[in-house]
Structures are given as C-alpha cells and as structure tokens.
Design a protein around this ligand. Structure first.
Ligand code: SF4
Length: 237
C-alpha cells in the first residue's frame, strides 16, 4: 500500500467539507489550503532505484488523499498523472472525489471504458448530493466504482444507484463540532447494499454518534475500532 499526493490543497465544495481535516491541519501550520501546488512527490509512481526497480511498491496506491484528483486547478497536471498510472499497471490507483461532475472532462483520450487499475470513489453526504452525483457516476465508464457516504449527514437512500458499485463505505464526521451520525442511517444503507449484493463497510462512527436515541462522544482514536465492533460489514457474494 502506498500514498501518492501529486499536489496538495483543496477548496471546499460541498456540505461534507465543513470540517475538512486538510483545512484543519493546514490552519494549524499556517498553510493556505486554497493554494493548489504540486508536491515533491509528483513523479513518485515512476521514480526508480539504482537497480532499475520502481521505488513505489506494487499494490494499492491511495491517490490524492490531501486534495481532490479532479480539482480544476490541477487540470494542466493531470495528463502526466494518467501517463504514470498507465505506466504502473502493477498498481491500483484509488481516489475519492467530491467532483465527479468533472470526471468526463478530466479523462485521457485512451480511457475507453476505463483503466483496469483505477478505482473511483464518489463521495456523497446527503440525499441532494447523492441524487445529483450518483446519477452522473452511474453513467460514467469506470471499471471499478465505490461510493463513500462520509461524513453521512442525514438518512439517505442509495438503492437506485447501486448497480455496478463494488463497495459502499459509510462513516461519520471527526471534529469537536461534528454533526451527528445516527446508527439507523448506517443500517439502512447496509440493508440496501445487502439487497443489491454490494459490499458494505462501516468505516468509522464519527465523534457525535447516536444509537438507540443515546448520544455518544467518541475520541478520534476510537472512531474506527468502535465501528468495527458493530460487526456489520458485508462482503458481496
Ligand atoms: S473535497 Fe475533500 S479535501 Fe477538498 S475541501 Fe472537501 S473534504 Fe477537504
């Protein structure tokens, strides 16, 4: 598993961005998140060791986890990224995006029905965004599609968008002012996934977690482990 952030910085673009951890981290360091700049790791996937092997290991590559791969400010750099992705067929590049409506204008000429080694996760947090973004997402030529409902901000229904989806990930918000995540919302999405035979993962509870009418304030370090304890993940058959 590797991380690759060819650029850094991002701009808030949806309700889920309110407590963005990139913005919070940058604010502490006095960095302007809205300035999108290339990082020193831009060429990371194709850098080689003296023996000619790639420095970056074969396997999954979490791409643009401190930005958005489809952000407009990176349009002129993305073609080089596609070249590197094409070159590293031994790696699977996974990115999340809140800008799926830009996808069609961001793909390379030879994209066809998608690159086998690219996984795209479309992020939604409420029904309005689910209806807008997933309607676009389901029509796009992408070989491997996932949905990330995180931070989930209200009860949403995904059923009509689950055809062709490999995995749905659900989670809450991590912040001292976090908006609540109701466990019932999580279970409803899980039920839809099981009905449609789509893998489901409850990734993390969120700081402000509501279960059986009771509010729980969770520490950041416990968000994932508490979700795992629920034991509700589902693997498609
Ligand atoms: S799209 Fe993601 S990285 Fe960008 S501001 Fe929103 S939450 Fe942060």
């Amino acid at each position: 598993m590797s991380m690759w952030n060819p650029w850094r910085g991002c701009k808030k673009c949806s309700e889920g961005c309110l407590h963005c951890y990139i913005h919070k981290g940058d604010a502490k360091r006095g960095v302007n998140t809205e300035e999108i700049v290339q990082t020193k790791d831009f060429d990371k996937p194709v850098l080689k060791l003296k023996n000619g092997n790639y420095k970056m290991k074969t396997g999954i590559v979490y791409t643009c986890f401190s930005t958005d791969f489809l952000i407009e400010e990176a349009d002129e750099w993305r073609a080089q990224c596609w070249n590197m992705i094409r070159q590293r067929q031994d790696c699977t590049f996974l990115f999340l995006t809140k800008r799926i409506d830009r996808f069609a204008q961001c793909i390379p000429d030879d994209w066809g029905d998608g690159y086998e080694n690219v996984v795209v996760c479309c992020t939604v947090e409420n029904q309005k965004n689910a209806d807008y973004k997933l309607d676009i997402f389901q029509k796009l030529p992408i070989k491997h599609k996932c949905i990330t409902a995180q931070p989930l901000l209200e009860e949403i229904h995904l059923e009509k968008y689950l055809d062709g989806i490999e995995l749905v990930v659900v989670g809450g918000e991590s912040d001292y002012q976090a908006r609540p995540l109701h466990y019932d919302w999580v279970l409803k999405i899980r039920e839809e996934c099981i009905q449609k035979n789509v893998s489901f993962e409850f990734r993390q509870c969120g700081t402000n977690f509501i279960k059986d009418g009771k509010q729980y304030r969770l520490q950041t370090k416990d968000l994932c482990s508490q979700a795992k304890k629920a034991g509700i993940d589902f693997k498609r058959k």
